[in-house]
Design a protein around this ligand. Structure first.
Ligand code: GLN
Length: 275
């Protein structure tokens, strides 16, 4: 049997506040639906990062664990080496900030990031940006509208080589005043969207997969299309109660309702790093 496609989930114990570990589940499931074997490799802080994975995922988290995650990543070159070797990365919120050149930590001081994304993040003293987001993706990506929710204190500005993932039409995104959302440098994609973003936006999941594996068969998902239409409508009309009741975690930015879903961790092909 072919070697499974390996998807590394980096530091889920530090960057797991917003349920972004679900992105790994989505990627594995979309491969399995295409009869492509795949596995998730959890990498916890203190363990070496395996260099041979095809995709690396980082999620959102609080300021202090985010600073720890950055320190761990900077102690080696495995992630940069993997990217140089052709791997892809999806980094959400704290993950995006850590992969930039600098970010503001819990002490509000500037911390060095990995520099895999050309952006930097600071605090501007404004209230946290919390709520639903709708993004029109950069035309070059050829993706449909993206939906998700954001919850961040940091404000990200792009450097000359960082392309935005798209433009916000609802919500804040990077919020450096240019309506941009996310940062893309080659196969490294950063976004502020939680959801998990790949569950809400399967086209983005397939974009990441095909960026490292080549073209993939499309998957028909009428129920996902219907749910996406509903989420997009709800985000555009937050005051219409019939569009916004029943699933508070999708609309309120309450991360504790959206995290730690234990069923995401069971029954899936996972292996320990290097195993
Ligand atoms: N701690 C970071 C901030 O508040 C990232 C938050 C997140 O990952 N949602 O800006």
């Amino acid at each position: 049997m072919a070697e499974p496609v390996s998807i590394a989930l980096l530091y889920p114990e530090l960057l797991g506040t917003y349920g972004d570990g679900g992105n790994a589940i989505v990627l594995v499931q979309r491969l399995r639906w295409r009869a492509i074997p795949a596995e998730v490799v959890d990498v916890t802080a203190g363990e070496p990062i395996p260099r041979g994975c095809q995709l690396y995922l980082m999620g959102g988290g609080e300021d202090a664990p985010q600073t720890l995650a950055a320190r761990e990543l900077r102690s080696g070159s495995a992630l940069a080496d993997a990217v140089a070797g052709g791997a892809g990365v999806l980094a959400v919120c704290a993950g995006l900030q850590v992969l930039g050149t600098r970010f503001a930590g819990e002490d509000n001081l500037a911390h060095e990031g990995l520099g895999l994304l050309d952006c930097e993040t600071h605090r501007d003293g404004s209230p946290r940006r919390v709520g639903e987001v709708v993004v029109t993706p950069d035309a070059a990506l050829d993706l449909p509208e993206l939906t998700g929710y954001e919850n961040h204190g940091g404000v990200t500005t792009l450097g000359p080589t960082g392309r935005p993932l798209g433009k916000v039409t609802v919500g804040h995104g990077n919020d450096g005043g240019d309506a941009s959302e996310g940062v893309v440098n080659g196969r490294v994609v950063g976004t502020y969207l939680h959801g998990p973003v790949l569950a809400r936006n399967p086209a983005l999941a397939d974009h990441l997969l095909s960026s490292v594996l080549g073209p993939l068969e499309p998957i028909e998902e009428p129920e996902v299309d219907a749910l996406r239409r509903e989420r997009l409508q709800a985000a555009r009309h937050p005051h219409l109660p019939h569009l916004n009741s029943g699933w508070p975690h999708l609309n309120s930015g309450w991360p504790h309702l959206n995290s730690g879903w234990p069923h995401f961790g069971t029954g899936w092909p996972r292996r320990m790093k290097g195993g």
